[in-house]
Write a protein that binds this ligand. Structure first.
Ligand code: HEC
Length: 128
């Protein structure tokens, strides 16, 4: 009897495991990973914070030479007004590509698509 219970329990456990695996990984890929966030942080600190400031508030050492100043990327109102695609587009094509100031350089030749996605993820974490 005991052996029969095991014989039934094992395939059941395996079936549950198998059923649980795809949905678990889908949930992970829908949310950005810490790894992606970390790449975005590095990209941001390397290429962007000189103008945008470490926290994205538009207070980098170079911001005072820029007219207009970079806006506060951490402002919740700004964050809400732009989709991830808007942000990625401005980053890829630069200010002149999307009707903003040409002082925002285009990054599409420097950063690959993955780095741009990652830096967008990081900008989302800067929201106040
Ligand atoms: C040389 C200074 C400079 C650097 C470096 C720079 N930016 Fe900008 N960025 C600007 C300025 C100035 C604006 C504002 C343009 C405007 O409002 O007309 C801007 C605008 C933006 C916007 C669009 C904001 C909006 O209003 O939609 C995003 C997003 C952005 N920058 C992200 C980045 C990222 C990510 C990097 C690094 C890969 C970066 N910037 C590097 C100067 C810079």
């Amino acid at each position: 009897m005991k052996r029969l219970a095991w014989a039934l329990a094992l395939p059941l456990a395996l079936a549950c495991h198998r059923a649980a695996t795809p949905s678990a990984s889908a949930a992970v890929s829908a949310r950005p990973s810490m790894y992606e966030q970390q790449i975005g942080k590095q990209v941001f600190h390397h290429y962007c914070s000189g103008c945008h400031g470490d926290g994205g508030q538009g207070d980098g050492f170079n911001a005072y030479n820029l007219d207009p100043h970079p806006r506060d990327l951490s402002d919740p109102k700004f964050q809400k007004s732009k989709s991830n695609a808007d942000l990625a587009d401005a980053i890829r094509r630069g200010g002149s590509g999307v009707g903003l100031s040409a002082l925002m350089p285009p990054w599409g030749h420097t950063l690959d698509a993955r780095q741009i996605d990652a830096v967008v993820v990081y900008i989302r974490t800067l929201k106040k």
